[in-house]
Design a protein around this ligand. Sequence first.
Ligand SMILES: [Fe+2]
Ligand SMILES: [Fe+2]
Length: 263
Amino acid sequence: MKILVVGDVVGRSGRETLKLFLFKNKMQYDFIIVNGENAANGFGLTPEIADEMLSYGCDVLTSGNHIWDKREIYDYLDNSSRVLKPLNYPVNTPGKGCTILEDKKKHKIAVISLQGRVFMSPIDCPFTRVKEKIDEIRKITKYIIIDFHGEATSEKIAMGWYLDGYISLLYGTHTHVQTADNKILPEGTGYISDVGMTGSDNGIIGMSVESVLPKFLSVLPQKFQLAEGNLRINAIEVEISEETGECTSIKRLNKSFTEVELS
Ligand SMILES: [Fe+2]
Ligand SMILES: [Fe+2]
């Protein structure tokens, strides 16, 4: 089966880039997973924007630390099987961290949204929480895909080795910078430290240079604004064996769009 995973979609320009890409290409994929934590003006997700992104052909929206930025998504998370919070937030937070859905060929695919703890909020241990969940899911399906939303590549690589052979694919999100370490681990799990971001490549991880650079220069709080122009989709294309559930191919996709293509 052929899976598309799209890295953090940032703001309206990110959504438009995603929409155009999927309009032209979605038929070639059996299942599409997109990280939506920055889709609403760079910070969080609203019910309307989640529905809009699902209507483009996304099967699941994963998330991360920014999923809590818009309070109107909280009830929606409780009621959705297609929009996920990270699994290892405290159990009393809204939403689900895992879902099992069918792909085009009726295979059951489990998707888990998970978050790291290095240089991030001290939530529950991702290693312990995910292992418990995988033991549960493996009774239902061998196709398991995890979005590990984290800052530190070391923590993501450690998770890759920890889960090698138990899941089909572990990919990182959150840094908004695509890494060049896509590989298949020895026991058959596909791995990349970060898929990257989708939106304007003309700023600092999706936000304008004018609004972010002063924070580094002065250390004073700044109101971040979305970057504009130079639109880019960062994604991975992954092949998973229908027989074994192992990853057989993981390729980076890094494509820019001109404004003309988008109009
Ligand atoms: Fe993000
Ligand atoms: Fe994030």
